[in-house]
Design a binder for this molecule. Structure first.
Ligand code: 13P
Length: 349
Protein backbone atom coordinates (compact mmCIF):
# COMPACT_ATOMS: atom_id res chain seq x y z
CA UNK A 1 0.00 0.00 0.00
CA UNK A 2 1.29 3.46 -0.92
CA UNK A 3 -0.01 5.37 2.10
CA UNK A 4 1.55 8.66 0.96
CA UNK A 5 -0.34 8.54 -2.35
CA UNK A 6 -3.64 7.70 -0.60
CA UNK A 7 -3.21 10.45 1.96
CA UNK A 8 -2.34 12.94 -0.81
CA UNK A 9 -5.57 12.12 -2.66
CA UNK A 10 -7.77 12.12 0.41
CA UNK A 11 -6.38 15.43 1.60
CA UNK A 12 -7.14 16.99 -1.80
CA UNK A 13 -10.72 15.69 -1.53
CA UNK A 14 -11.36 17.57 1.72
CA UNK A 15 -9.17 20.67 1.11
CA UNK A 16 -10.38 24.28 0.78
CA UNK A 17 -13.87 23.58 2.14
CA UNK A 18 -14.81 21.76 -1.05
CA UNK A 19 -16.83 18.55 -1.12
CA UNK A 20 -17.84 15.64 -3.33
CA UNK A 21 -20.57 15.48 -5.93
CA UNK A 22 -22.12 12.01 -6.19
CA UNK A 23 -23.31 11.54 -9.79
CA UNK A 24 -23.07 7.76 -9.75
CA UNK A 25 -26.74 6.77 -9.74
CA UNK A 26 -27.16 3.31 -11.23
CA UNK A 27 -29.06 3.22 -14.54
CA UNK A 28 -32.30 2.03 -12.87
CA UNK A 29 -32.10 4.78 -10.21
CA UNK A 30 -31.26 7.47 -12.76
CA UNK A 31 -34.09 6.25 -15.01
CA UNK A 32 -36.53 6.32 -12.09
CA UNK A 33 -35.65 9.97 -11.39
CA UNK A 34 -35.90 10.81 -15.11
CA UNK A 35 -39.27 9.05 -15.42
CA UNK A 36 -40.77 11.19 -12.64
CA UNK A 37 -39.90 14.29 -14.70
CA UNK A 38 -40.82 12.88 -18.11
CA UNK A 39 -37.18 12.70 -19.26
CA UNK A 40 -36.48 9.82 -21.69
CA UNK A 41 -34.86 6.82 -19.97
CA UNK A 42 -32.13 6.38 -22.57
CA UNK A 43 -28.34 6.03 -22.66
CA UNK A 44 -28.11 9.36 -24.52
CA UNK A 45 -30.31 11.22 -22.01
CA UNK A 46 -28.15 9.93 -19.15
CA UNK A 47 -25.02 10.98 -21.05
CA UNK A 48 -26.42 14.42 -21.85
CA UNK A 49 -27.39 14.94 -18.21
CA UNK A 50 -23.94 13.98 -16.94
CA UNK A 51 -22.43 16.19 -19.68
CA UNK A 52 -24.42 19.13 -18.27
CA UNK A 53 -23.03 18.44 -14.79
CA UNK A 54 -19.39 17.90 -15.76
CA UNK A 55 -19.23 20.98 -17.99
CA UNK A 56 -20.80 23.37 -15.47
CA UNK A 57 -18.53 26.43 -15.45
CA UNK A 58 -16.96 27.11 -12.05
CA UNK A 59 -17.98 23.78 -10.50
CA UNK A 60 -14.42 23.08 -9.33
CA UNK A 61 -14.58 26.08 -6.99
CA UNK A 62 -16.80 24.07 -4.64
CA UNK A 63 -16.38 20.46 -5.78
CA UNK A 64 -13.13 18.55 -5.22
CA UNK A 65 -14.22 15.14 -6.54
CA UNK A 66 -17.08 13.63 -8.52
CA UNK A 67 -18.25 10.02 -8.28
CA UNK A 68 -19.12 8.40 -11.62
CA UNK A 69 -20.77 5.07 -12.37
CA UNK A 70 -19.54 2.40 -14.79
CA UNK A 71 -21.64 3.68 -17.70
CA UNK A 72 -20.56 7.32 -17.24
CA UNK A 73 -16.82 6.72 -16.87
CA UNK A 74 -16.96 5.10 -20.35
CA UNK A 75 -18.79 8.08 -21.91
CA UNK A 76 -17.70 11.46 -23.26
CA UNK A 77 -18.79 15.07 -23.17
CA UNK A 78 -20.40 16.61 -26.28
CA UNK A 79 -16.92 17.49 -27.61
CA UNK A 80 -15.65 13.92 -27.25
CA UNK A 81 -13.62 14.29 -24.03
CA UNK A 82 -13.98 11.31 -21.67
CA UNK A 83 -15.85 12.45 -18.55
CA UNK A 84 -13.00 11.47 -16.24
CA UNK A 85 -10.55 13.58 -18.25
CA UNK A 86 -12.96 16.53 -18.47
CA UNK A 87 -13.23 16.50 -14.67
CA UNK A 88 -9.49 16.15 -14.09
CA UNK A 89 -8.81 18.96 -16.59
CA UNK A 90 -10.72 21.42 -14.37
CA UNK A 91 -9.19 20.10 -11.14
CA UNK A 92 -12.00 17.79 -10.01
CA UNK A 93 -10.76 14.33 -8.98
CA UNK A 94 -12.68 11.54 -10.74
CA UNK A 95 -14.09 8.77 -8.54
CA UNK A 96 -16.07 5.62 -9.31
CA UNK A 97 -18.84 3.63 -7.65
CA UNK A 98 -17.64 0.02 -7.54
CA UNK A 99 -20.30 -1.88 -5.66
CA UNK A 100 -22.69 -3.96 -7.76
CA UNK A 101 -25.80 -2.84 -5.91
CA UNK A 102 -27.88 -4.39 -3.17
CA UNK A 103 -29.69 -7.73 -3.11
CA UNK A 104 -32.21 -9.21 -0.69
CA UNK A 105 -30.11 -10.74 2.08
CA UNK A 106 -30.62 -14.51 2.40
CA UNK A 107 -32.58 -15.53 5.54
CA UNK A 108 -32.90 -11.85 6.56
CA UNK A 109 -36.33 -10.67 5.39
CA UNK A 110 -36.48 -6.92 4.77
CA UNK A 111 -32.70 -6.48 4.74
CA UNK A 112 -30.13 -5.98 1.98
CA UNK A 113 -26.55 -7.01 1.34
CA UNK A 114 -24.30 -5.14 -1.06
CA UNK A 115 -22.56 -7.27 -3.68
CA UNK A 116 -19.53 -6.68 -5.90
CA UNK A 117 -16.39 -8.08 -4.26
CA UNK A 118 -15.82 -10.68 -7.00
CA UNK A 119 -13.49 -9.27 -9.66
CA UNK A 120 -13.12 -6.00 -7.73
CA UNK A 121 -9.32 -5.89 -7.96
CA UNK A 122 -9.44 -6.15 -11.78
CA UNK A 123 -12.24 -3.58 -12.11
CA UNK A 124 -10.33 -1.14 -9.90
CA UNK A 125 -7.22 -1.56 -12.05
CA UNK A 126 -9.26 -0.71 -15.16
CA UNK A 127 -10.95 2.30 -13.52
CA UNK A 128 -7.57 3.49 -12.32
CA UNK A 129 -6.29 3.42 -15.91
CA UNK A 130 -9.36 5.48 -16.86
CA UNK A 131 -8.36 8.12 -14.29
CA UNK A 132 -10.34 7.23 -11.14
CA UNK A 133 -8.45 8.01 -7.93
CA UNK A 134 -11.11 7.22 -5.39
CA UNK A 135 -14.02 4.78 -5.15
CA UNK A 136 -17.32 4.33 -3.35
CA UNK A 137 -19.19 1.33 -1.93
CA UNK A 138 -22.62 1.77 -0.36
CA UNK A 139 -24.21 -0.56 2.18
CA UNK A 140 -27.80 0.05 3.26
CA UNK A 141 -29.22 -0.60 6.70
CA UNK A 142 -32.96 -0.52 7.28
CA UNK A 143 -34.56 0.45 10.58
CA UNK A 144 -37.73 -1.48 11.49
CA UNK A 145 -39.40 -3.12 14.47
CA UNK A 146 -36.78 -5.88 14.71
CA UNK A 147 -34.31 -4.39 12.25
CA UNK A 148 -31.46 -4.12 11.65
CA UNK A 149 -30.26 -7.62 12.55
CA UNK A 150 -26.74 -8.19 13.80
CA UNK A 151 -26.18 -10.54 10.84
CA UNK A 152 -26.97 -7.79 8.33
CA UNK A 153 -24.78 -5.23 10.09
CA UNK A 154 -21.80 -7.58 10.29
CA UNK A 155 -22.06 -8.90 6.72
CA UNK A 156 -22.25 -5.38 5.29
CA UNK A 157 -19.45 -4.09 7.55
CA UNK A 158 -17.25 -6.98 6.47
CA UNK A 159 -17.90 -6.31 2.77
CA UNK A 160 -17.16 -2.59 3.23
CA UNK A 161 -13.84 -3.41 4.89
CA UNK A 162 -12.87 -5.97 2.23
CA UNK A 163 -13.66 -3.39 -0.46
CA UNK A 164 -11.68 -0.68 1.34
CA UNK A 165 -8.64 -2.92 1.69
CA UNK A 166 -8.63 -3.84 -2.01
CA UNK A 167 -8.96 -0.15 -2.94
CA UNK A 168 -6.00 0.86 -0.78
CA UNK A 169 -3.87 -2.00 -2.14
CA UNK A 170 -4.59 -0.58 -5.63
CA UNK A 171 -3.74 3.04 -4.69
CA UNK A 172 -7.39 4.14 -4.70
CA UNK A 173 -8.97 6.02 -1.79
CA UNK A 174 -12.03 4.19 -0.47
CA UNK A 175 -15.14 6.14 0.46
CA UNK A 176 -16.88 3.87 2.95
CA UNK A 177 -20.65 4.41 2.91
CA UNK A 178 -22.81 2.60 5.45
CA UNK A 179 -26.19 4.30 4.95
CA UNK A 180 -28.85 3.96 7.63
CA UNK A 181 -32.00 4.70 5.62
CA UNK A 182 -34.50 7.45 6.46
CA UNK A 183 -37.56 5.34 5.54
CA UNK A 184 -39.90 4.66 8.45
CA UNK A 185 -41.43 6.24 11.53
CA UNK A 186 -38.42 5.80 13.87
CA UNK A 187 -37.21 8.57 16.16
CA UNK A 188 -33.98 10.55 15.98
CA UNK A 189 -32.75 8.65 19.05
CA UNK A 190 -33.34 5.30 17.35
CA UNK A 191 -31.40 6.45 14.26
CA UNK A 192 -28.53 7.50 16.56
CA UNK A 193 -28.52 4.14 18.34
CA UNK A 194 -28.54 2.12 15.09
CA UNK A 195 -25.95 4.34 13.38
CA UNK A 196 -23.60 4.05 16.34
CA UNK A 197 -23.89 0.25 16.32
CA UNK A 198 -23.28 0.15 12.56
CA UNK A 199 -20.27 2.48 12.69
CA UNK A 200 -18.66 0.54 15.54
CA UNK A 201 -19.05 -2.68 13.52
CA UNK A 202 -17.65 -1.02 10.38
CA UNK A 203 -14.56 0.32 12.17
CA UNK A 204 -13.91 -3.02 13.86
CA UNK A 205 -13.90 -4.67 10.41
CA UNK A 206 -11.77 -1.90 8.87
CA UNK A 207 -9.27 -2.49 11.67
CA UNK A 208 -9.33 -6.26 11.11
CA UNK A 209 -8.66 -5.74 7.39
CA UNK A 210 -5.73 -3.36 8.11
CA UNK A 211 -7.31 -0.37 6.38
CA UNK A 212 -5.30 2.85 6.78
CA UNK A 213 -7.81 5.24 8.34
CA UNK A 214 -5.85 8.32 7.26
CA UNK A 215 -6.30 7.17 3.65
CA UNK A 216 -10.09 6.83 3.59
CA UNK A 217 -13.26 8.90 3.88
CA UNK A 218 -16.39 7.90 5.76
CA UNK A 219 -19.70 8.70 4.04
CA UNK A 220 -22.36 8.36 6.73
CA UNK A 221 -25.97 9.41 7.05
CA UNK A 222 -26.82 12.35 9.27
CA UNK A 223 -28.73 11.39 12.42
CA UNK A 224 -32.35 12.05 11.46
CA UNK A 225 -35.78 10.74 12.44
CA UNK A 226 -37.62 8.59 9.89
CA UNK A 227 -39.35 10.47 7.08
CA UNK A 228 -42.73 9.48 8.58
CA UNK A 229 -41.86 10.40 12.18
CA UNK A 230 -44.21 13.16 13.38
CA UNK A 231 -41.46 15.01 15.25
CA UNK A 232 -38.93 16.71 12.99
CA UNK A 233 -35.92 18.29 14.76
CA UNK A 234 -34.17 21.63 14.27
CA UNK A 235 -30.88 21.88 12.38
CA UNK A 236 -29.07 22.32 15.70
CA UNK A 237 -30.62 19.12 17.10
CA UNK A 238 -29.57 17.18 14.01
CA UNK A 239 -26.10 18.67 14.24
CA UNK A 240 -25.62 17.70 17.88
CA UNK A 241 -27.04 14.19 17.51
CA UNK A 242 -24.93 13.55 14.41
CA UNK A 243 -21.58 14.78 15.65
CA UNK A 244 -22.05 13.21 19.10
CA UNK A 245 -22.79 9.86 17.44
CA UNK A 246 -19.70 10.14 15.22
CA UNK A 247 -17.49 11.17 18.16
CA UNK A 248 -18.48 7.97 19.95
CA UNK A 249 -17.85 5.67 17.03
CA UNK A 250 -15.40 7.09 14.45
CA UNK A 251 -11.65 7.12 15.16
CA UNK A 252 -9.98 10.53 14.99
CA UNK A 253 -7.48 9.20 12.43
CA UNK A 254 -10.15 9.04 9.69
CA UNK A 255 -9.29 11.69 7.08
CA UNK A 256 -12.77 13.13 6.70
CA UNK A 257 -16.52 12.77 6.98
CA UNK A 258 -18.49 13.33 3.76
CA UNK A 259 -22.21 13.08 4.48
CA UNK A 260 -24.76 11.63 2.06
CA UNK A 261 -28.02 13.56 1.77
CA UNK A 262 -30.33 10.54 1.80
CA UNK A 263 -33.52 12.18 0.57
CA UNK A 264 -33.46 15.38 2.66
CA UNK A 265 -34.37 18.55 0.78
CA UNK A 266 -31.40 20.39 -0.67
CA UNK A 267 -31.88 23.35 1.69
CA UNK A 268 -32.18 21.20 4.82
CA UNK A 269 -29.05 19.24 3.95
CA UNK A 270 -27.10 22.51 3.63
CA UNK A 271 -28.59 23.99 6.81
CA UNK A 272 -27.78 20.88 8.86
CA UNK A 273 -24.22 20.64 7.55
CA UNK A 274 -23.84 24.34 8.30
CA UNK A 275 -25.05 23.86 11.89
CA UNK A 276 -22.51 21.06 12.41
CA UNK A 277 -19.67 23.25 11.22
CA UNK A 278 -20.76 26.21 13.37
CA UNK A 279 -21.17 24.10 16.51
CA UNK A 280 -18.35 21.56 16.07
CA UNK A 281 -16.13 22.79 13.23
CA UNK A 282 -13.21 23.65 15.49
CA UNK A 283 -13.72 20.68 17.87
CA UNK A 284 -14.40 17.70 15.62
CA UNK A 285 -11.26 15.71 14.76
CA UNK A 286 -12.25 15.41 11.09
CA UNK A 287 -13.44 17.84 8.39
CA UNK A 288 -17.26 17.73 8.19
CA UNK A 289 -17.93 17.73 4.46
CA UNK A 290 -20.48 16.53 1.93
CA UNK A 291 -20.87 13.91 -0.78
CA UNK A 292 -24.40 14.70 -1.88
CA UNK A 293 -26.24 13.41 -4.93
CA UNK A 294 -29.88 14.52 -4.69
CA UNK A 295 -29.16 17.55 -2.46
CA UNK A 296 -26.88 18.99 -5.17
CA UNK A 297 -28.48 17.67 -8.35
CA UNK A 298 -32.24 17.58 -7.84
CA UNK A 299 -33.05 21.27 -8.49
CA UNK A 300 -30.89 21.18 -11.65
CA UNK A 301 -32.56 18.03 -12.95
CA UNK A 302 -35.99 19.60 -12.40
CA UNK A 303 -34.96 22.61 -14.51
CA UNK A 304 -33.22 20.62 -17.26
CA UNK A 305 -36.10 18.22 -18.03
CA UNK A 306 -34.10 16.74 -20.89
CA UNK A 307 -34.25 19.99 -22.87
CA UNK A 308 -31.04 21.44 -24.36
CA UNK A 309 -32.50 24.96 -24.05
CA UNK A 310 -32.52 24.57 -20.25
CA UNK A 311 -28.89 23.49 -19.86
CA UNK A 312 -27.51 26.86 -18.81
CA UNK A 313 -30.23 27.49 -16.21
CA UNK A 314 -29.77 23.96 -14.83
CA UNK A 315 -26.02 24.52 -14.55
CA UNK A 316 -26.64 27.69 -12.54
CA UNK A 317 -28.88 25.75 -10.17
CA UNK A 318 -26.25 23.01 -9.78
CA UNK A 319 -23.50 25.54 -9.15
CA UNK A 320 -25.68 27.31 -6.61
CA UNK A 321 -26.16 24.13 -4.55
CA UNK A 322 -22.47 23.31 -4.75
CA UNK A 323 -21.62 26.82 -3.55
CA UNK A 324 -24.20 26.65 -0.73
CA UNK A 325 -22.61 23.45 0.53
CA UNK A 326 -19.10 24.88 0.36
CA UNK A 327 -20.45 27.78 2.46
CA UNK A 328 -21.98 25.25 4.88
CA UNK A 329 -18.59 23.65 5.37
CA UNK A 330 -17.43 27.02 6.70
CA UNK A 331 -20.56 27.74 8.75
CA UNK A 332 -21.39 30.57 6.32
CA UNK A 333 -24.60 29.19 4.80
CA UNK A 334 -27.75 31.27 5.35
CA UNK A 335 -31.23 31.88 4.00
CA UNK A 336 -29.80 35.03 2.43
CA UNK A 337 -27.34 32.96 0.45
CA UNK A 338 -30.28 30.93 -0.90
CA UNK A 339 -31.85 34.09 -2.23
CA UNK A 340 -28.63 35.19 -3.91
CA UNK A 341 -28.74 32.53 -6.57
CA UNK A 342 -27.10 33.59 -9.80
CA UNK A 343 -29.16 33.40 -12.98
CA UNK A 344 -27.92 33.12 -16.56
CA UNK A 345 -27.19 36.58 -17.97
CA UNK A 346 -30.33 37.97 -19.60
CA UNK A 347 -32.15 34.65 -19.35
CA UNK A 348 -35.04 33.71 -17.15
CA UNK A 349 -36.49 30.27 -16.87
P1 13P B 1 -27.80 11.12 -1.80
O1 13P B 1 -27.01 12.32 -1.38
O2 13P B 1 -28.86 11.40 -2.81
O3 13P B 1 -28.28 10.32 -0.63
O4 13P B 1 -26.79 10.16 -2.56
C1 13P B 1 -25.57 9.93 -2.00
C2 13P B 1 -25.05 8.68 -2.55
O5 13P B 1 -24.02 8.67 -3.16
C3 13P B 1 -25.83 7.45 -2.36
O6 13P B 1 -24.99 6.36 -2.52
Amino acid sequence: MNAKQLIGTVNSLVANFKGLLAMDESNPTCNKRFAKLGIPETVEARRAYRDLIVTTPGLSESISGAILCDETIRQQTHDGTPFAKALADVGIIPGIKVDAGTKEMALHPGEKITEGLDGLRERLAEYSRMGARFAKWRAVITIGDDLPSRGCIEANAHALARYAAVCQATGIVPVVEPEVLMDGTHSLARCAQVTEEVLRAVFQQLYNQRVELAGMLLKPNMILPGLDCPEQPSADEVSDATVNCLMRSVPAAVAGIAFLSGGQSAELASARLNAMNIRFGSRAPWPLSFSFARAIQQPAMEIWLGNQANVEAAQFALLHRANCNRAARQGDYSALLESKRLEPVGGQR
